[in-house]
Structure formats: structure tokens, C-alpha cells
Design a protein around this ligand. Structure first.
Ligand code: E4P
Length: 225
């Protein structure tokens, strides 16, 4: 069970890594577009530099930004070349018919792949069989159209385990704390979480009540008489 940071924001990433619970970072073109406009390669370099302070090969997913198959392969190779000196690099490729060729070619050249935008069991199975190191299931988006996201994660988990598939399951597209809990309980290897949820994940009104009570009781008892 692992938590990745679903963000390209340096401050948010660092706040998570400082606290020890995070073990990877996922980005996508939309996530990158939330950052200050700059050369995106420079921004990725900044993330890599930051991650280097916390470990040598922390997984970082960077996604292609085209749907045209030849251009996708070109971009993927360029990203792999540009950031290939970072051992934690994973190229994110969306699931699709032509995209499977991109995944295979990247794998043949030794590049790690995160196959993204999977909404269904069959897509996850195809991504894994094509050799993806990570298969990303989109919890919130599966639910948006009324499907059972937990069921999809459970089925993929079972099939990977029983079929001896090595691909790791990342669950993304998190919309609520409950999605994170459910995805972990359903057997996700990794849940990639938007940083706004992290403080909520350690908060509980009964915890606040208990801590306050302990401090008050002690202060009253310890006060000079
Ligand atoms: C992570 O890998 C995904 O790109 C991300 O979680 C998608 O989230 P969204 O469905 O909120 O865009």
C-alpha cells in the first residue's frame, strides 16, 4: 500500500515528502497546466531535483500530450531521452489500440511505462499484457458515469494476483477521502492523491476532542495551587 502525490506543484510535493508518507509523484498535462507557465521540461527538472533530496529513484510519471500515434511515440522517446538520467522516470501513455504499440516499443527500449486513463477491467488487462509497469485506474471518472469503481479495482487486483501479473495498480482520479479508503481496501498497490486531501486524511473531530481533553486535564492538574 503506497501513496503518491498527484501534483506537479513543488510546494505541495515537498509538504508531502517532508512528512514521510509519500513515495511517488504522478502528473498529467492538466496537472502541469495548473503551474506557472514555463518550459515544462524545466518544471519537470525542478520536480526531479526536489525528489532527489528524498531518494534516488522515487517514481515520477510524466505523460505524453498528443493522441497522434507517431507523435506520441516521438514525445515518449523524447521524454525518456530528456529525463532518462532519472531512474524513477515513468512515461505515462493512455490506453488505446495504437497506444499499445507505443507501450511495447518503450518497454523494448527499457523505458518504464504507466498506462493511464484505464476505466475498465479489459483496458487494465490489455495494458498489463502489453508490459506496462503501472496501470492507472480512474476511480472518480469511472463513478461519474455510474459504474462500480471499487468493483473494477477488486477485479483487476484479483486477476493480476491470480495471473501472476507484475504490473502495479495505481488508483487515481480521487474525488473524496472515501475513494482513497475504498481503493486501498480494494487492493490498489498505490493511490495517487491530490494534496488537498492529505491534511484531511489525518484529521478526525474525535481526535481533536481527545487531544484537547488530555491537554486541559493535564494543565488543570499541573497548575500551581
Ligand atoms: C493520475 O494519474 C491521473 O492523471 C489523475 O488522478 C486524474 O485525475 P482526474 O480524473 O481528477 O483528472
Amino acid at each position: 500500500m503506497k501513496i503518491f502525490v498527484d501534483s506537479a506543484n513543488l510546494v505541495e510535493i515537498e509538504e508531502a515528502f517532508k512528512r514521510g508518507f509519500a513515495s511517488g509523484v504522478t502528473t498529467n498535462p492538466s496537472i502541469l497546466s495548473k503551474e506557472e507557465r514555463t518550459d515544462f521540461r524545466q518544471h519537470i527538472r525542478g520536480i526531479i531535483r526536489l525528489l532527489g533530496r528524498y531518494g534516488a529513484d522515487i517514481p515520477l510519471s510524466v505523460e505524453v500530450f498528443t493522441t497522434e500515434p507517431h507523435e506520441m511515440l516521438r514525445q515518449a522517446r523524447e521524454l525518456a531521452e530528456e529525463f532518462g538520467d532519472y531512474p524513477g522516470l515513468n512515461i505515462k501513455v493512455p490506453i488505446g489500440w495504437d497506444e499499445l504499440r507505443v507501450i511495447r516499443e518503450l518497454k523494448q527500449s527499457g523505458v518504464r511505462v504507466n498506462c493511464t486513463c484505464c476505466m475498465a477491467f479489459n483496458q487494465a488487462a490489455m495494458a498489463a499484457l502489453a508490459g506496462a509497469d503501472y496501470v492507472s485506474l480512474f476511480y472518480g471518472r469511472i463513478r461519474d458515469i455510474g459504474y462500480d469503481a471499487r468493483g473494477v479495482v477488486e477485479s483487476v487486483r484479483r486477476a493480476f494476483r491470480e495471473g501472476g501479473v507484475a504490473s502495479q495498480i495505481i488508483v487515481g482520479s480521487i474525488r473524496h477521502i472515501h475513494d482513497i479508503n475504498e481503493a486501498m481496501m480494494a487492493g490498489a498497490d498505490i493511490v495517487t492523491v491530490p494534496p488537498k486531501f492529505f491534511p484531511q486524511m489525518v484529521s478526525h473531530p474525535k481526535t481533536a476532542e481527545a487531544v484537547e481533553q488530555f491537554i486541559n486535564d493535564f494543565r488543570n492538574w499541573n497548575a500551581p495551587r
